[in-house]
Ligand binder design. Structure first.
Ligand code: UD1
Ligand code: UDP
Length: 368
């Protein structure tokens, strides 16, 4: 059985890496694994690939500065076809909701190759949030032959859209597998980009990069952070800034050089998860962080109007705070001031699996 794994962005690489490791484990049992990196991201992808020891067999190197979604989609489709035609895989595996994942599935379908979707079935029900990911994942799910749903809620979303029960496996999320394997790695704080962060202050870790938050919402987020450092002399904001130019420009304009606000380049995965571990709380619009942060026992406040991960809200590990400045300040203040509210969130049980998702995914493919 030959499996072509397609990945392009930082979160896809992190979440598909444990599956690639697992597939390679089955080499002697006859599974051949081929990796195609689309290079939708460049710097942020390469650091993950080297950490997980993945050397792509193909690198399409498609990132262009501030690339439009249309150009990216067209280039992906054109460049994936020859790889699929040459390798003739039995399966293509895609992960998540990026343009790479959606087009990877479509390119496979056009070449009549079976496609498996890791992290299938996530939905907000709102095509503008997250944009364009809600539609990317719907398209991928309706193309795919096997669906690896992280939770029962994701499975039910698929069933409600008419996807066949027999094609769905509930596996947990592979990000927990990645987290478990990497959090054990040796790490020296003093030799890392984190060395300058003050040891005696509570860390509010921030990430934000969603397209629907570009412009005013991201500006509100920046203003809320300024208000928070002003109000709380015992906190510091640590913000590794995504390389998307729309994010860089706004964040630098408002936050560069401000006291107790550390703007960092995107961190490699290892220092980043160590930073989560040392943080007091996390404020983010990221998808993956809603799964990882609770697994490390920290509260996560989600700066979005809606989430495709309602499990985290139901479990009490995450709270939606939107992008209104006052709301963000109020919700962060609540956790900074109220120990009981903090403990309730920090101690809630993470609903995204036990770190064995990759194993279940490969077994399901073998059984299919
Ligand atoms: C993409 C995904 C999003 C995912 C996010 C994770 C789509 C449509 N969006 O969003 O779902 O949550 O990745 O981070 O697939 N850039 C660099 N270096 C990098 C990465 C990005 O310079 O390593 C810059 C480039 O100018 C690039 C721009 O960021 O054109 C935007 O990258 P793109 O992949 O289009 O979108 P993201 O906003 O990163
Ligand atoms: N991450 C990282 N370095 C950073 C910020 C995030 O390694 O500076 C990791 C994080 O641990 C998570 C993933 O990147 O696994 C999330 O990616 P992102 O927020 O870019 O995408 P999303 O999950 O929203 O699709």
């Amino acid at each position: 059985m030959k499996v072509l794994c397609v990945l392009g962005t930082r979160p896809e690489a992190i979440k598909i890496a444990p599956v690639i490791t697992e597939l390679k484990f089955y080499k002697r049992a006859g599974i051949e694994t081929v990796v195609c990196a689309t290079g939708q991201h460049r710097e942020m992808l390469d650091s993950v690939l080297s950490l997980f020891d993945i050397i792509p067999d193909y690198d399409l190197d498609l990132m262009k500065f501030n690339q439009s979604l249309g150009d990216l989609t067209a280039n992906l489709l054109l460049n994936l076809r020859p790889v699929i035609q040459r390798e003739k895989p039995d399966w293509i595996l895609v992960q998540g909701d990026t343009t790479t994942a959606m087009v990877g599935a479509l390119a496979g379908f056009y070449e009549r190759v079976k496609v498996g979707h890791i992290e299938a079935g996530l939905r907000t029900g709102d095509k503008a949030h997250p944009f364009p990911e809600e539609i990317n994942r719907k398209i991928a799910d309706h193309i795919c032959d096997l669906h690896f749903a992280p939770t029962e809620i994701a499975r039910n979303n698929l069933l409600a859209e008419g996807i066949k029960k027999a094609s769905i496996y509930v596996t947990g999320n592979t990000v927990i597998d990645a987290l478990h394997s990497m959090i054990r790695q040796p790490f020296q704080w003093v030799d890392s980009p984190l060395a300058e962060i003050l040891a005696d202050r509570r860390i509010v870790l921030v990430t934000a990069h969603r397209r629907e938050n570009f412009g005013e919402p991201l500006e509100n987020i920046c203003l809320a952070l300024l208000e928070l450092v002003d109000r709380y002399p015992d906190i510091q904001v640590v913000y590794p800034v995504h390389l998307n130019p729309n994010v860089q420009k706004m964040v630098t304009k408002h936050l560069a050089g401000k006291e107790r606000i550390f703007l960092l380049d995107p961190l490699d995965y290892l220092p980043f998860i160590q930073l989560i571990n040392r943080s007091y709380l996390v404020l983010t619009d990221s998808g993956g962080l809603q799964e990882e942060v609770p697994a490390l026992g920290k509260p996560v406040l989600v700066m979005r109007e809606t989430t495709e991960r309602p499990e985290a809200i139901e479990a009490g590990t995450a709270r939606l705070v939107g992008t209104n400045r006052q709301n963000i300040v109020r919700e962060v203040s609540r956790l900074l001031d109220d120990t009981l509210a903090y403990q309730q969130m920090a101690q809630a049980k993470n609903p995204f699996g036990d770190g064995h998702a990759s194993e279940l995914i490969v077994k399901a493919m073998l059984a299919f």
